[in-house]
Ligand binder design. Structure first.
Ligand code: COA
Length: 206
C-alpha cells in the first residue's frame, strides 16, 4: 500500500490529494500546523501537525508539501528534505509531459497541463490546472504557474515566482525571482526580481 503524506491541509492540498489518488497512491494523510483546530480537509482527516509528520516520515512512501504560498512551500520542502523524507512529485494522468522535459521532486502537475520538450521544472513547483509550458522553458524551484496560464517557448521563471491565472507570456521572456504576474496579464517585457506586474501589456504595479 503506497501512502502519501501531505503537509498543508487547505484547498490546494485537497487538489493534490485528489490527484494522488488517481495517479497510483493508495491513501493520503494530511498534516497541518493548524491541527487540531483544523481536523478535516474536504473528505480527508487531518491527523497531525508538521512536527508529527517529521516524526512519522518512515510510515509513508512519499511526502509532498501542499501549501499554495510559494515561499512557505519552499521553506517546508527544505525542512522535510533535511530530515531525509522521500519527497515526491504528483502528476495528474491527463497531464502531458514531454519525455524530454525534466520534473524535479516535490512538484505537482494538475489536470490538463502540457509541458513540452526540453523544459525544466524545479523542486516544489505547482503547475496548476490547464497551464501550458512550451518548449525550452526553465522554471526554478518553488514557482507557481496558476490555472490556465500559458508560457510560450524559451521563458525563464525565477525562484518562488507566481504566474497568475490566465496569464500569457511572450516567448523568450525572463521573469525574475519572487516576482508576481497578476491574473490575466500579458507579459511582453522582462520582469525584475520581486516586482508585481499587471495588465495588457503587463506593467509594474509595485
Ligand atoms: C496582482 C495582485 C498580486 C495584486 O494584489 P494586491 O497587491 O492585493 O492588489 P490590490 O487588489 O490591492 O489592487 C491594487 C490595484 O491593482 C489592480 N489590480 C489588481 N490585480 C490586478 C490584475 N490582475 N490585473 C489588473 N489590475 C489589477 C487593482 O484594481 C487596484 O487598482 P486601483 O489601485 O486602481 O484600484 C493580485 O490582484 C493578483 O492578480 N494575484 C494573482 C491571483 C491569481 O492568479 N490567483 C490564482 C490562484 S490559483
Amino acid at each position: 500500500m503506497k501512502q502519501l503524506a501531505l503537509l498543508g491541509a487547505g484547498g490546494h492540498g485537497k487538489v493534490v490529494a485528489d490527484i494522488a489518488l488517481v495517479s497510483g497512491w493508495d491513501g493520503v494523510s494530511f498534516f497541518d500546523d493548524a491541527w487540531p483546530e483544523r481536523s478535516k480537509n474536504g473528505p480527508w482527516a487531518v491527523v497531525g501537525n508538521g512536527a508529527m509528520l517529521i516524526a512519522r516520515l518512515r510510515e509513508f512512501q512519499g511526502v509532498i508539501v501542499s501549501i499554495g504560498d510559494c515561499a512557505i512551500r519552499w521553506s517546508k520542502h527544505l525542512e522535510i528534505r533535511a530530515t531525509g523524507g522521500e519527497l515526491v512529485s504528483v502528476v495528474h494522468p491527463s497531464a502531458t509531459i514531454s519525455r524530454y522535459a525534466s520534473l524535479v521532486v516535490g512538484s505537482v502537475v494538475m489536470a490538463g497541463v502540457v509541458v513540452n520538450v526540453d523544459c525544466h521544472i524545479g523542486q516544489a513547483a505547482i503547475i496548476n490546472t490547464g497551464a501550458t509550458i512550451d518548449h525550452d522553458c526553465w522554471l526554478a524551484d518553488g514557482v507557481h504557474i496558476c490555472p490556465g496560464a500559458h508560457l510560450s517557448g524559451n521563458i525563464r521563471v525565477g525562484h518562488y515566482s507566481t504566474v497568475g491565472v490566465g496569464v500569457a507570456v511572450k516567448q523568450g521572456i525572463t521573469i525574475g525571482n519572487q516576482a508576481t504576474i497578476g491574473a490575466g496579464a500579458v507579459v511582453v517585457n522582462h520582469v525584475d526580481d520581486g516586482v508585481i506586474v499587471v495588465g495588457n501589456p503587463a506593467r509594474k504595479l509595485r
